[in-house]
Design a protein around this ligand. Sequence first.
Ligand SMILES: C[S@@+](CC[C@H](N)C(=O)[O-])C[C@H]1O[C@@H](n2cnc3c(N)ncnc32)[C@H](O)[C@@H]1O
Length: 268
Amino acid sequence: MTTVKTAKPLSSVDRIRQEIADLEPWFHNLHLPDGTQTAPHHSLGDFPAYKWKEMAAFLPPDLNGWTALDIGCNAGYYSFELARRGARVVAMDVNGHYLAQAQWAARRLGLEDTIEFRQMQVYDFADSGEQYDLVLFLGVFYHLRYPLLGLDIAARMVRRLMLFQTLTMPGLEVREDTDNLDIAERDRMLDPGWPKMAFIEHSLAHDPTNWWAPNHAGVEALLRSAGFRLLAHPGHEVYLCEPDPDNPSCVTTWNSVEYLAATGQNRP
Ligand SMILES: C[S@@+](CC[C@H](N)C(=O)[O-])C[C@H]1O[C@@H](n2cnc3c(N)ncnc32)[C@H](O)[C@@H]1O
């Protein structure tokens, strides 16, 4: 007589653990309702929960009636937090693997009806005409080969607030006297407070998509140049800003032709 071994049915927690394993690798450690976590041994710690703790108090606790865009949403941690506050969220990422994680997690969290997921590049928004009350542009800028173009595209979509984060060079100095430098005085650019952006030709931390690292003065200058007013620094490398009607970006005024050309919008 042959004995047939039947596999023990998986408990629901075991099944979720199996699904988490099937969706590896995870960059976001999501905390799921049954207590499981997607990346409990993350090298950065409980990421990005500890970053969110820095930022959370700087955003309105009630986002009912707000629309939000999460650029480079990854597994959706921040989108879920905004949706929990009542925002209607568009979560986009270029990477289908991360989006699959985010969509799976949204179902586990019961948030699938308040978040629209899109697989696309930030550049694809260039001619969309879309606007959002709140834009998250976290951890993406320095991964772009065309970072200022990405920032200009994001800036046009911000109705009220943008939360921005980038890898930076060390140092918090800010030099104010940067206007109309004499060509013979360029040694002043070597000052630590001069706005700068380091170019990373080869990979940084084994990631060939880490292209740029601005310094703190550089981030502030880039954001101002994209038409923002800085409101706060909620944490290390994190910047909260709003559109500054008194200092609009040149791509909305005298330099609009370059923006249109760079985004393929002024072809006959
Ligand atoms: C370092 S992770 C940051 C994820 C998340 N925003 C955060 O702060 O934790 C960078 C994310 O940006 C996405 N990304 C990179 N280039 C992109 C692009 N051109 N358009 C949209 N997303 C992009 C990556 O797939 C990845 O999910």
